[in-house]
Design a protein around this ligand. Structure first.
Ligand SMILES: NC(=O)c1ccc[n+]([C@@H]2O[C@H](COP(=O)([O-])OP(=O)(O)OC[C@H]3O[C@@H](n4cnc5c(N)ncnc54)[C@H](OP(=O)(O)O)[C@@H]3O)[C@@H](O)[C@H]2O)c1
Length: 303
């Protein structure tokens, strides 16, 4: 049997590069990348390591590129970031190209808390991904679509940055409400490895693949940090969950054009209320991966 071709869109991005690495480590996989003309340089290293490159994007004029990307592919993985033109329209074109080429599986760019449970309006960027999910349900034909759900990224840039439950510099942890809801945290790298395993899996993969490195409530998160770092955190209680919603509305009103002004708090709300909690974790499906916990990450990174 020849190698399995896995096509990847977004390989020049943060998560995408890690998915590319995980796939390149598999001797029985041929990685194929969709690369925008202006981003070719960013993919030079992956190309040197054996990835095939198809130039193109996810736009209406990219039909030939998408067909070339999907031709003979076993799976198509997306790790793109963008607005509705990319997440809905672009991924719709990708799905159709995959379906027309007889691709077995498509993994869209979700990598999120359980966006299917998040109430409409609560997280702006989940909205687009749910809309894409409705489209794929109707349009996928024989393509198996797998939504990878990993909670929040456990890394510096997210748990300790964008969502900032813990500020390692200020040695402070922040919470709204009672902090009793369980939260899911997984590193970028582990999410990428699970995604690569799911892409090449010979067995049918469930529509929602939920994985997590640590499942902790706020108090346990603080303890994990303290055990990993040997440092003690100050705790700041910022108000109730209603106060958090009021803060989000305030920021939305003040910055209607600037999603980034309030998006982190939207994620934080769905984490702290528990509405985005993953159900039925499937880590065991891929026992070769032992995902990093908060404590291990903090110790390794010296946070
Ligand atoms: N759960 C969490 O805590 C969490 C946190 C952050 C991100 N995420 C999710 O992870 C996924 C990846 O995010 P990321 O931060 O890794 O993204 P990123 O670093 O911004 O990378 C985005 C990638 O998408 C590519 N791209 C964008 N538009 C494209 C188009 N029209 N055609 C082809 N390629 C296109 C970019 O290519 P160029 O190099 O050409 O620009 C780049 O490779 C997203 O779904 C995001 O929502 C989850």
């Amino acid at each position: 049997m020849g190698k399995k071709i896995v096509a990847l869109v977004g390989g020049s991005g943060h998560l995408g590069a890690l998915i590319a690495n995980a796939l390149l480590e598999k001797p029985d996989v041929q990685l194929r990348l969709l690369v925008r003309a202006g981003s070719r340089e960013k993919s030079a290293e992956l190309e040197k390591r054996g990835a095939q490159v198809v130039e193109g994007s996810l736009g209406p004029e990219d039909g030939a590129s998408l067909a070339a990307l999907c031709k003979g592919a076993y799976a198509v993985v997306s790790a793109v970031q963008g607005g509705p033109d990319v997440i809905i329209e672009g991924q719709k074109r990708l799905l159709r190209a995959a379906r027309d080429a007889g691709v077995r599986r498509l993994i869209p760019s979700d990598y999120s808390l359980d966006l299917f449970k998040v109430k409409p309006g609560n997280i702006t960027t989940s909205e687009m991904r749910r809309q894409f999910a409705l489209i794929e349900e109707a349009d996928r034909g024989n393509v198996e679509v797998v939504h990878v759900l990993n909670g929040g990224f456990l890394d510096r840039g997210v748990l300790f940055g964008f969502i900032r439950v813990i500020d390692a510099e200020k040695q402070t942890a922040y919470v709204w409400g009672d902090g009793k809801a369980l939260m899911d945290w997984t590193t970028y790298e582990d999410t990428a490895r699970y995604t690569a395993e799911a892409a090449v899996d010979d067995r049918p993969v469930p529509r929602k693949l939920a994985v997590a490195g640590s499942v902790v409530d706020f108090a346990q998160l603080v303890r994990e940090y303290e055990a990993g770092s040997g440092k003690k955190l100050k705790i700041e209680r910022l108000g109730s969950l209603d106060d958090l919603s009021a803060r989000i509305s305030e920021l939305q009103k003040a910055n209607p054009q600037n999603l980034l002004a309030y998006l982190p708090l939207m994620y934080l709300r769905s984490i702290l209320t528990g509405e985005g909690k993953l159900e039925q974790l499937m880590n065991d499906r891929y026992p070769s991966i032992r995902p990093t916990t908060v404590r291990e990450y903090v110790a390794k990174e010296g946070l």
